[in-house]
Every structure is written in structure tokens, then in C-alpha cells.
Design a protein around this ligand. Structure first.
Ligand code: SAH
Length: 395
């Protein structure tokens, strides 16, 4: 294994178990490295610090071990066992009630660069680093060997890996094959999941608990789910007894998925309607009180993917939330989210606060929401906190 030596004083973040080495911290690379290789990182006095995957870019090393471990099959097996044991202990592995959960959440599970979501007997794996891409077969074997429910592993990294001429990730099954009629079950509700064509790994597993909370507040209400994607929040609202549910997404494909999910749980239920339309356009067209809603969900895609986009993203959140404050009925409830990693919860709250002030309505915070336990945040890697939400009472 090739050694990377850091500049003086650049070892401090690793000593506090932060799992990244930035390229600017490197003094010397002692040999010829390929991207994705495992490297040993030492401080300026050559004391051992960590072992990680090397990659060209601002994050040069993603740490997989802070110990002098042997990085063999057994090492990866243990990591998967550890992640699975936690999900099991938390009651997330409950085949009839919940067969859908995130098994590996990157840094949150001490596996930077790796995301794995489980849907019934299939694991969908995404590599975000070359290192994880290189060992995809080993990881797939480790998943099947250690997660008894999983028989198939689908690899979906065409869009998540940095562009490199010499790696051409192809989406496909690494182990097993497509299971006919697979449905994801979340809190007893069934969903069709399309990881071949869908976004992320096919379903937004991270909103499970927030959807449950919404269900509790839906009884007798008119509900608008904006940015609905596969209609997760909408299906929960209807189970919660909403009097009507409208789902809006600009993607016709997403609306098809939403309709499919209603066919599974509430076939031909006249209380649900879906609209393939732009969020702002839809919200702008609610003119009378009758057209307005008791409960609105705003769960847009990440407005800022990079720090440079932060200012515009905050403006976007403000504008969107201002629209919702304008269009929600008195005594309404707003579920509003941001999944942009670079937007902190304070910044998001400030954007929503500005929107509320503009509307001049009396607004109370009922809940401050976050990501669920199967998307854990490594305490040494606060960057892992990405999902934030507010539930507001709007007078
Ligand atoms: N709430 C969803 C996840 C939302 S993902 C869930 O619980 O599963 C974001 C969605 O916003 C995507 O489906 C995308 O198609 C949609 N979208 C992006 N821009 C939009 C716009 N301007 N208007 C409406 N929908 C939009």
C-alpha cells in the first residue's frame, strides 16, 4: 500500500476522525497511485493516521479505517454486518411492515462513497467514489452474505461517479436478477420502485418518518403534495383520512409513478388527482379560497448542489415558501423541506422566516424534522446532515 504523508498540522481533523483528506493537506505521495487505490495516510512525523481510498480532486482520500486493519473480504463483511445489525436493532428490518431501508449511508456508516438501499430482496448500490466502484463486486458479495433477505444486488452508478475516460460504470445486476412484482413496503404501505429509470435508488427512503407524521395530521384535510415524485406523502395522506389529495410534479414520468402507487393502495379513489405541472405555475393558479389547501407539502429537489449556488438556492427556498404561505388556508399546516447539503438548518429556517414575514401571517413551528435513523450522521462528519424540514401552523 502506498503512503501519503501530510503537511505539518494537517493531521488534526483525522485525529478527530473526520473521514476526508483534502488535496491541499498532502505533502508527498510516495509512489505511483491509481485512482481508487487504498493508501496509508501518515502525519509529518510518519505516525499512522488512517487508511482510505485515493481519488484525484479536492477530497483526495476517503477514510475507511482509522486502525491498521487488513483490508480484506473480512473487513468489508464486518462493515456490512455492523450496518445491518444497527438497522435490525432499530426495528427497521420488518419484512411485512417495512422491507425498505437504507443499509449503507456513506460516511454515516463509515463507508464514504457508498450508498445502499434495500427494497425487499434487492439491494440497490451506488458508488460515489472510484474506490467503491473498483470493489463493487466484493461489496455486492458482502451484502448478500450478510443480509439474509437480500438475493439480488443492482448497481446504479452511471450518474453518481465523476466522469473519467477510463471507468465506464454500467448499471446492471452484479448478483441475481430482476424480481417480478417487487413492491417496497414502508410502514405497511406498498410502493412500486423503479430503480432502473428512477431518481436516486428509485425511491426517497429518507422521508419515511416525515411521511408518517404527515399521516397523523391529514384527517379531513385537503392536501397538496408539491414535488411529489412517486407520491409517497400523498399515499400516506390518503391513508390518514384526507378528504382530497392533489399531487404535483413537473415530470410526467413521476406522475405516472404516483398514479401507479395509487393503483396499488387506493385504486380508482376519486379523492386523489395528479398534475404534471411546474410547482410555481400550479401554486400561482389557486385563486379562490375553495382552490386553496389545508395542508401543503413542499419537498423540492436540492436547490444548491454546490456552495457557489447557495445564495440563489436560499432565494429559491424563500420564493417557494412565500408562495405556499400565500396559498394555504387559515389554520393550515405546511410541511417544508430542503435536502441541499450545503444549506444549513439555520439558513433554511431563515429563508422560511423571511417568506413568513413577507406574508405577514402568524406562523408557529410545530416540528423540526431531519433524516431518519437509517441515514445516520457520523458525529465526526457533520456534513452528513442534509435533510431538514419544518412543520408550520399557519394562521
Ligand atoms: N417528495 C418526494 C421526493 C421529491 S424529489 C418523495 O417523498 O418521494 C423532487 C421532485 O421534484 C422530482 O420528482 C422532480 O421531478 C420534481 N421537480 C423538480 N422541479 C420541479 C418543478 N419546477 N415543479 C414541479 N416539480 C419539480
Amino acid at each position: 500500500m502506498i503512503t501519503i504523508q501530510l503537511k505539518p498540522k494537517k493531521e488534526e481533523s483525522l485525529q478527530r476522525f473526520h473521514p476526508w483528506v483534502f488535496s491541499g493537506a498532502i505533502q508527498r505521495i510516495e509512489g505511483t497511485l491509481k485512482e481508487g487505490d487504498l493508501v496509508k495516510v501518515v502525519d509529518s512525523n510518519r505516525n499512522f493516521l488512517a487508511i482510505g481510498h485515493y481519488q484525484i480532486g479536492s477530497i483526495a482520500v476517503r477514510v475507511v479505517s482509522f486502525e491498521k486493519s487488513e483490508i480484506d473480504d473480512n473487513f468489508w463483511n464486518k462493515k456490512i454486518q455492523n450496518a445491518y445489525a444497527m438497522r435490525q436493532s432499530l426495528g427497521l428490518v420488518a419484512p411485512n411492515q417495512n422491507n425498505t431501508y437504507r443499509l449503507i449511508h456513506g460516511e454515516g456508516d463509515s463507508l464514504p462513497g457508498l450508498i445502499v438501499d434495500v427494497y425487499d430482496d434487492t439491494a440497490v448500490m451506488q458508488a460515489h467514489s472510484i474506490g467503491m466502484h473498483e470493489i463493487r463486486e466484493t461489496l455486492a458479495k458482502a451484502i448478500v452474505a450478510n443480509v439474509p433477505e437480500v438475493k439480488n444486488v443492482f448497481y446504479k452508478s452511471e450518474t453518481t461517479l465523476p466522469f473519467k475516460a477510463d471507468i465506464t460504470p454500467e448499471d446492471g445486476y452484479l448478483i441475481g436478477q430482476e424480481t417480478a412484482d417487487l413492491t417496497a413496503i414502508e410502514n405497511g404501505l406498498q410502493f412500486h420502485v423503479d430503480w432502473l429509470r428512477g431518481q436516486k435508488t428509485g425511491f426517497f427512503v429518507d422521508q419515511r418518518e416525515n411521511r408518517s407524521l404527515l399521516e397523523r395530521y391529514s384527517s379531513g384535510k385537503s392536501v397538496l403534495n408539491v414535488f411529489c415524485y412517486t407520491g409517497g406523502f400523498s399515499v400516506y395522506a390518503l391513508r390518514g383520512g384526507a378528504k382530497l389529495v392533489h399531487s404535483v410534479d413537473s415530470s410526467a414520468k413521476a406522475i405516472d409513478l404516483t398514479d401507479k402507487n395509487f393503483e396499488i393502495s387506493f385504486p380508482n379513489d376519486p379523492r386523489h388527482k395528479s398534475f404534471a405541472e411546474d410547482a410555481f405555475k400550479y401554486l400561482n393558479n389557486l385563486h379562490t379560497l375553495e382552490q386553496k389547501y389545508d395542508l401543503i407539502i413542499l419537498d423540492p429537489p436540492a436547490f444548491a448542489k454546490h456552495r457557489e449556488a447557495l445564495r440563489n438556492a436560499l432565494k429559491g427556498y424563500k420564493r417557494l415558501n412565500a408562495k405556499a404561505f400565500e396559498q394555504i388556508k387559515p389554520g393550515g399546516i405546511l410541511f417544508t423541506f430542503s435536502c441541499s447539503q450545503v444549506v444549513t438548518k439555520e439558513q433554511f429556517r431563515l429563508a422560511v422566516f423571511s417568506a413568513a414575514a413577507e406574508s405577514k401571517r402568524n406562523v408557529r413551528i410545530l416540528h423540526q424534522l431531519s433524516q431518519p435513523a437509517d441515514h445516520p450522521i457520523n458525529i465526526y462528519h457533520p456534513e452528513g446532515e442534509y435533510l431538514k424540514g419544518l412543520v408550520l401552523w399557519v394562521e
